[in-house]
Design a protein. Structure first.
Length: 98
């Protein structure tokens, strides 16, 4: 097996910073859920936060930023399918909006 020749991995401090950012996004998700004024936009706000968190996790904690583009494509397709299924089920059962 040949050695990894890509970019060097980030420091531990960088990974802790990413974890803190993910915790902040999680707190925002909880906050958004309880703010009545944001109810009409709840689904879209949570979907955007979900995509951002997914991207951060797979890019850094799963090291896709340092791997082949094919693996990024595999995870992107998975994200697209999961998002499509969620949106389709919500549309089917009329769960959009307040």
């Amino acid at each position: 097996m040949e050695a990894h020749t890509g970019e060097p991995h980030a420091s531990n401090r960088f990974y802790v910073a990413i974890a803190v950012i993910l915790a902040i996004f999680t707190a925002l998700e909880v906050m958004v859920f309880y703010v009545e004024a944001l109810r009409p936009f709840l689904f879209w706000i949570l979907m955007i936060l979900m995509v951002v968190k997914f991207a951060l996790v797979v890019m850094f904690f799963m090291h896709l930023k340092f791997d082949r583009p094919l693996l990024t494509g595999v995870f992107s397709v998975g994200l697209f399918i999961a998002t499509f299924v969620i949106v389709a089920l919500m549309a089917l059962f009329g769960k959009f909006g307040g």
